[in-house]
Design a protein around this ligand. Sequence first.
Ligand code: SAM
Ligand code: ZN
Length: 670
Amino acid sequence: MSSLKQLVDKIAPRERGAGAPPHARLYPSFARMSLTAARYVLLTTLLGDPHLVESAIRLEGNRLPYWHNPPAEVRERLRGVVVLDPFAGGGSIPLEAARMGAHAVALEYNPVQWLALKTIQLARERGRELIDPKAWEALKRWYRRGFGADMEAMCRSGEAEKAGPLAREGCRIALELEAELSRHYPPKGGRRVTHYIWVKQVRCPKCGAWVPLVMSSVLDRKRGISWKPVYNGDDYDVVVERGGEGVRTVSRGTATCLVCGYKIKKKEVRESVGHNDKMVVVVTEDKKFHPADEADRKAYEEVPEPERLTEQLSPLDPRTVRPPVYGWTRYGDLFNKRQHVYLNRLVERLKQLEPDIRTVLAWLVARQADYNSRMTSWDANKLGVMHTTSFKSVRVSYDYVEVNPFARGASSLWNALYDAINGFAFLVHAMEEAGPFEPVFGSALRLPFPDSSIRYVVTDPPYFDSIPYSESYDFYYVWLKRVVGDLYPEAFSYWTLWRDRSAEDISVGGGRTAEHFRTFLKRAFREIRRVLADDGVFVVFYAHPKREAWVALAEAVTGAGFTVEDVYPLRMWMETDVHARGKDAITVAYVFIMRPKTQQSPAPNSLEAEVEKALEQMVTAYRGNDLKMGAYAAAVKVAAHMDAVDAVEKAEHIFSHLQAQTSMSPSVSP
Ligand SMILES: C[S@@+](CC[C@H](N)C(=O)[O-])C[C@H]1O[C@@H](n2cnc3c(N)ncnc32)[C@H](O)[C@@H]1O
Ligand SMILES: [Zn+2]
């Protein structure tokens, strides 16, 4: 393994969590690829020169490679080279391709991800008019707080506008909204409230008492603070205590009545949970927890009933789209009254902005909805909000957190504004000397390009059932369409994505079967073959713990007539990531370097030899599913030559056989 490859393996997973590039906090992207990994693969594919490759992937102190743009020499070499990503998502691959000077074409089927690509393009074309990155950096230093900056103070002082119209307009609408709505969030004991913690409730069918649905009532794990109900008849008051154990009333969907002990069945909980939420705890800016009192509830009651979102959540996939199972069938059901009023007003304000600024700041509503819904929950370790889509689709929670957008705190409007401006500023910096970046709203099944017209296709296609894109992005879509629908009617006139824009979504979920995935992935690869020049290169990232996912890939590669020149693993995730948890844990993706198959394509070794070779390369660094995928990947390579899809199945046998051999095991285990 080259030392550069080792470096990439080490740093690519760091682009999650705290190490994420700034634009990851501007717009959501469930399958965002590491920029370092994208850069490495693009450079090694497009440039022969290992020296140049190395010059573009440097770790400066602790600063990850995405912070610096590749040297001019790289950009010179790649000027005019077209790189297509037909499954562009949030755009990591085309972003890096453009930064290296190439002409990036980024195609996406999903409107939310297409809008992200549009935002990148805007950063390149008009970024400098919207924000002055130097002035922004200076302001950040001046107002530094924690890992970010005190956006509220920057807005109040009027200084934010020094960074240009994006910051000026962002501050203007934040301050106007605050002036209009902060009366709905009155202070408590002289301090601003940051969060309201709510629980959903059911009435005990046996004794009639109100039962709060809670998995854990711990508020601060470190300091040992929790809340508990104290009954007075069939209703309860809340006390906050130190050293107590808190309460838990739900387990596996059934609830226990705290008064009579009755076990409330799963079905009863689902049928009666409805909208009987109760505010239990109020958190103030000094991180103190208070039992919610009459005044807190009254402030809530006084909020007028909002006009609610009427779009339906997908009823077709109750296993992944859970809220309808509990009777929350419309997006409007996912927000309490005050949350919804706030988001509606935010939409109204955003709609008044000029088109480009609106496109960037539209993401505020996506972010704010994510952190301020009835499907969030309280994180007692970080003392903050676990957001709605933290499991890559709308989750169901029993407790939830309502955020005061105008107080301090990670989920406030101030912070969202900071993140949006900062994310955009990063894109502006990244695109400074970049080649053209062209977003296309379309489908990989029908590429709008002539035959044999493209030399490089580099992409990260959907990974089987990892994410039901249409259903997952709908949560953002229903809000975004209200802000930018008139600007981009082609992409934002759908009622919902699950109903109107999922027919060609190549993923399993939302009613789309494994068969759908196989058929459509194959069609997409054929279409890619059509537009690829005969001497072109097709690079694919792929990862999945299940065999079925690899059979589909093998079929697509074989069916479209590609040959696999090389395949290697790249580490993408840390073991603590969502992708990497549990028995399906994976931490690597495989990179396939493919070419159109010709008479001259060299034949690979036997399946056994290929699998053995693949595993040998990896045994020292990889294990578990990562290693198993290596066998599958080798099988795909061989299958492409034998035209035999059952190579994947054969590979699995060989793999188990190899694993069983004691000679292998010492090196297989880490
Ligand atoms: C694995 S993700 C790509 C992630 C991307 N590399 C990134 O860094 O964000 C696959 C993408 O394919 C898109 N997709 C699914 N079906 C498609 C189709 N028929 N045409 C184009 N894109 C499609 C999904 O919406 C999703 O964004
Ligand atoms: Zn009871």
